[in-house]
Write a protein that binds this ligand. Sequence first.
Ligand code: AMP
Ligand code: ZN
Ligand code: FE
Ligand code: FE
Length: 281
Amino acid sequence: MAIDLHVHSTASDGTDAPGDVVRAAAVAGLDTVALTDHDTTAGWAEAAAAAREVGVALVPGAEISCRSNGIGVHMLSYLHDPEHPALLAELALTRDDRVDRARRMVRHIGADYDLLWEHVLEHVGDDATVGRPHIADAMVARGLVASRDEAFATVLHSGSRYYRPHHAPEAAVVVRAIRDAGGVPVMAHPRAGHRGRLVPDRVIERLAAVGLGGLEVDHRDHDPADREALRGMARELGLVMTGSSDYHGAGKLNRLGEFTTSPAALAEIVDQATGTEVVRP
Ligand code: AMP
Ligand code: ZN
Ligand code: FE
Ligand code: FE
């Protein structure tokens, strides 16, 4: 059983359409894949249709942007009700502010580089959640940088003078909203330190007390010591441990199935969820 619980499509900042991600998962030999686009469930229907077609199980999900004491946190949500009003409202607010924020960043970048908002829009899918990778794609297309990686290492890095934050709800609020919507919250890449500041362990303990269900342990951005520390914390707090690729298509090196989740961990997530069902082929 090969289970990958964290992948992105053109509904946010991946480069494969939702159906293509699922088809690629089948080709990669995965039995189960979760679609977890940033702050949206817009790709679910297309991914579900492809899952039935190619015989892969689909876990509908999302990666929800949040904040804790000003530190960015990514919260994976699995199997929540996509119509739940409180969660819907939070996600819409974040998506709207992501557009304003990207426009602000592009205005500042445009003072030094030959880049306009129109150029970025050419790389954003219909109804997609806008993110820095779309700015990177426009810069690559215009020959301003060689790759998404180079863009993130320079102008788009959270320490860059062009960087601006976007609105994101408090992590504890999001954990409760996901549970209210029948979903299971799993903190994404808790130790991915090169992206910016990390939340201290006591924040994870506090989130566990308000309903956090799991930690993403095995991830490309974690070294062996990070994984060991996260395993210890998950055991101590009674949290599910997952492993995933964080696949973004051609935009990042991450390959589908490069890290996977055990069937027992997935069963625990499915057991806790009441918001929607796994799409079975
Ligand atoms: P944003 O959501 O707009 O703040 O942008 C963050 C997104 O950019 C995350 O989904 C990351 O997966 C992606 N990202 C971060 N670093 C890189 C990188 N070096 N190359 C490509 N994508 C990246
Ligand atoms: Zn992303
Ligand atoms: Fe993330
Ligand atoms: Fe992600």
